[in-house]
Write a protein that binds this ligand. Structure first.
Ligand code: UT7
Length: 384
């Protein structure tokens, strides 16, 4: 079989309108704009209002990505939602998104890999496409982190924000889209970034609420060390697996956690820091949404252009890390494959019913008179 690539043909984002600045935080917790900017680079972040949901934000970013790709939700073969903050533990938020998009019967699942989730999801989409199991995949990275933060813990509450971003990945024989991927995990660091309560180890209870175990806890310096160790290594591995050299990489789109982590990675990779796309000053750390959000903005601003080679690189809870080399392809000039798609059974049944209905509608006016004539003939000439 000809090599199949997962080309990004559509992208879209949704940001809750409410902005929370560092100065707003100064009113809530013992911090200063000066500390946050100098230690992280973050100046403001978005925050959901009451009534906004992870699924609702996902649908909005997905619709924008589908519109850009000029793809109907029913043409999708698979939907992957990367998140650690779903609407509910059960049902999976991916099915809620699939239903709300009107992607009837399309397979959907939620992928949890912390801040690395989107890069894992993109790699998964690429594998479905490479194996010929899907032609059109929607990949979403979405988080509502502000609802699980402890607003008295200055170590965490100044860092995170809410956002959603999505891409459409379509099969192509041109070497565009995802060219390589490196996935990693080290569960020995599980406690460095954790929500202790509300799972099956410590189920939700009065104790969880009283002790604030439903909040996100982070050992910042530990995660910082891990991130700086991992980021440059993952980039080098993904670039080498793609057959390219670092010089051929036009832009690195890193997880947007901390400007100091990005600066250190630039030093270790001996690259100028402007080779890294940064928007964490405006949105803070949006976990699984941060890389697709940065990718969307880089594409929309023209910071990334057709033919550019990018590295998407994430790190976070787990601890996990992942990197992918992605080549941006010219949407108009690269043909997408038109191989037979996986058709969800429900769609097939629906289509079969519609066809049967049409046949009946058309045939009844002809068949009925014919049938009654046969009956009349039979009456006149009874069989002996
Ligand atoms: O998305 C998942 C990946 N997450 C990350 O990559 C986060 C990685 N970690 C970091 O980015 C950094 O570790 C932080 C930004 C979280 C913290 O920066 P740091 O330079 O490692 O600070 P620290 O935790 O070592 O704290 C230094 C000081 C402490 O005070 P003392 O003990 O020296 O008196 C903290 O209490 O800064 C204090 N501090 C603050 N002060 C004002 C911590 N947070 C704040 C704050 N405002 N918000």
């Amino acid at each position: 079989m000809m090599q199949r690539y997962g080309r990004i043909t559509g992208w879209g984002k949704y940001l809750p309108p409410k902005v929370l600045t560092n100065f707003d935080l100064e009113q809530i917790v013992d911090t200063t704009d000066e500390w946050i900017v100098s230690r992280t680079g973050i100046r403001q972040r978005r925050m959901v209002e009451d009534g906004e949901t992870n699924s609702g934000m996902s649908v909005k970013s997905a619709q924008a990505a589908l519109a850009k790709a000029q793809l109907d939700p029913n043409q999708l073969d698979l939907i992957i939602v990367a998140t650690s903050s779903p609407d509910y533990f059960v049902p999976p938020v991916s099915s809620m998104v699939q239903h709300a998009l009107g992607a009837k019967g399309v397979g959907a699942f939620t992928l949890v890999a912390g801040c690395t989730g989107f890069v894992y999801a993109l790699a998964t989409a690429q594998q479905f496409i490479a194996a010929g199991q899907a032609d059109n995949v929607l990949v979403i990275g979405t988080e509502i982190l502000t609802r699980n933060l402890n607003w008295r813990d200055r170590n965490t509450c100044v860092l995170f924000g809410d956002a959603s971003a999505a891409v459409v990945v379509q099969a192509s024989t041109e070497p565009t889209g995802v060219l390589s991927q490196v996935l990693g995990s080290d569960g020995s660091g599980a406690e460095a970034l954790i929500v202790r309560g509300g799972g099956t180890t410590i189920p939700m209870s009065q104790r969880v609420v009283d002790e604030g175990l439903h909040h996100l806890e982070m050992d910042g310096p530990e995660v910082f060390k891990f991130a700086t160790r991992t980021l440059s290594r993952a980039v080098r591995k993904a670039v080498s697996a793609s057959g390219l050299s670092l010089d051929e990489i036009n832009m690195i789109i890193p997880h947007q956690a901390n400007m100091r982590i990005i600066e250190l990675a630039a030093t270790l990779l001996r690259l100028p820091v402007d080779r890294f796309y940064v928007n964490l000053d405006r949105y803070g750390n949006t976990s699984a949404a941060s890389i697709p959000l940065a990718l969307c903005e880089a594409l929309d601003e023209g910071a990334v252009r057709d033919g550019d080679n990018l590295v998407l690189v994430g790190f976070g809870a787990g601890l996990t890390w992942a990197a992918s080399v992605v080549r941006i392809g010219v949407v108009e000039s690269v043909p997408t494959l038109t191989a037979p798609r996986m058709v969800p059974l429900s769609q097939f049944r629906g289509a079969a019913k519609r066809v049967a209905g049409r046949v009946l509608e058309t045939a009844v006016p002809f068949v009925l008179p014919l049938y009654s004539r046969v009956l009349r003939i039979r009456k006149r000439k009874p069989l002996s």
